[in-house]
Design a protein around this ligand. Structure first.
Ligand SMILES: Cc1cc2nc3c(=O)[nH]c(=O)nc-3n(C[C@H](O)[C@H](O)[C@H](O)COP(=O)(O)O)c2cc1C
Ligand code: SF4
Length: 376
């Protein structure tokens, strides 16, 4: 099966297979953004389970409160992350990359900072923050870096048609792309040409008046032109149709857009794959061989293989099924599908993440009340 064949990203990084564990927040970091032994154990589990590439949860490039989320905004975070990468490399064949993120302020009071609220000085600082974090990621021993340009956060909000800035960082697609370009250029300078730099974008925001393929096609093409090594295509996760909850900060994963990024059981399998397929074709038509990652409701190796065989994507993101059973890749490769603890796409893990609780799978709970992942 193609799924279990090695894959080389940009002649820079050899993956043992085409299975990617996409970013899934664990809430196992400290509130100061530091690595814990529990967090290392979790990523070791994903790595030993057989995924070719493990992308970590979003890691903040900025000093900002966000619960137990990893950070890379200072050199003090390097030693902890170095221990994580050293252990993943010595105890598995997996490669590991952080997803680096910049996000805007949000409060329980209902206040939500928007891209229009940022001063020019604050905007111009963002590429420097990403570049410094990317350089630290390389120093910490990661194999690649992923820029978070998807979902609710700063970068996708600049790219979005919902960006109403009146200056050179808004007004038109060209203006809305400016910050994304600056971040790629600065990050590339920071990590060097021989290091894999990818980005996760939204293929469609699934909001009224927001970006759809008409916008994400030229966005992906421009990023490829700038030398990005891969494009990961996600969807939705926007604030615009989020459902307010009394006394809580607005949660971007509560509306329809939010549900498209973590498709629940009631959505069909492969629901977002056509977005990756379209963007991949756009890139190929433009002469770019940039690999494309897809994700979302891909439950089995058989379905993943169909996507590869049909040329819809180059790498397959399997998030919740690997959270549910980290040995999904290994068991699938060995023909032991029956032994896989199967994700039921209930999104209880997402609810835990939103409530700042440790992210585990509900199905890890044993009859005696203990919680443990399935066996290899
Ligand atoms: C608890 C949880 C946390 C997530 N955290 C992130 C994140 O930090 N960054 C990101 O880009 N996607 C995040 N995602 C989305 C996943 O990477 C993935 O795209 C999504 O779950 C769809 O894939 P799946 O159907 O294989 O789970 C998260 C998903 C879940 C369930
Ligand atoms: S909690 Fe539900 S959606 Fe999350 S991994 Fe487990 S079964 Fe899948």
């Amino acid at each position: 099966m193609l799924l279990f064949e090695p894959f080389n990203i940009g002649h820079k990084l050899e993956l043992a297979n085409r299975i990617v564990m996409p970013p899934v927040v664990t809430r196992l970091a400290t509130v100061e953004g530091k690595v814990t032994e529990e967090l290392i154990q979790r990523y070791l589990l994903y790595a030993q389970g057989g995924a070719g590439l493990v992308i970590t949860e979003a890691v903040s490039v900025k000093e900002q409160k966000s619960g137990q989320l990893l950070r890379l905004n200072h050199d003090e975070f390097i030693p902890g992350l170095k221990e994580l990468t050293d252990r993943v490399h010595s105890e598995s064949d997996a490669k590991i990359a952080p997803q680096i993120i910049h996000f805007l302020k949000i409060a329980r009071s209902g206040y939500r900072q928007k891209v229009e609220d940022l001063s020019l000085e604050e905007v111009k600082e963002i590429p420097l923050l990403f570049a410094a974090a990317a350089a630290r990621a390389r120093e910490a021993g990661f194999d690649a870096v992923e820029l978070h340009y998807a979902h609710a956060y700063t970068m996708s909000s600049f790219l979005s048609r919902h960006n109403h800035r009146k200056d050179e960082y808004g007004r038109s697609l060209k203006g809305r792309l400016r910050l994304a370009e600056d971040v790629v250029i600065a990050s590339r300078q920071a990590v060097g040409d021989d290091f894999v730099l990818g980005a996760r974008i939204n293929g469609d925001e699934f909001t009224l008046g927001g970006n759809a393929l008409n916008q994400s096609r030229p966005i992906a093409s421009r990023l490829a032109e700038l030398g990005l090594d891969y494009v990961s295509v996600s969807a939705g996760g926007r604030f615009e149709d989020a459902v307010p909850r009394e006394g809580e900060a607005l949660d971007p994963y509560t509306g329809y857009s939010g549900h498209r990024s973590m498709p629940p059981k009631w959505m069909q399998e492969k629901v977002n794959v056509y977005l990756a397929a379209d963007i991949r074709q756009t890139l190929r038509n433009g002469g770019h061989s940039t690999p494309v990652i897809t994700a979302g409701r891909i439950p089995t190796a058989k379905v993943a293989e169909e996507i590869l065989q049909d040329g819809q994507a180059d790498l397959i993101g399997i998030a919740r099924p690997i959270l549910c059973d980290p040995y999904w890749p290994k068991k699938s490769r060995e023909g032991r599908e029956k032994e896989i603890l199967k994700c039921i796409y209930c999104n209880e893990c997402r609810e835990a993440e939103g409530a700042f609780e440790e992210v585990t799978c509900v199905q890890w709970k044993k009859k005696d009340g203990s919680i443990a992942p399935p066996k290899p």
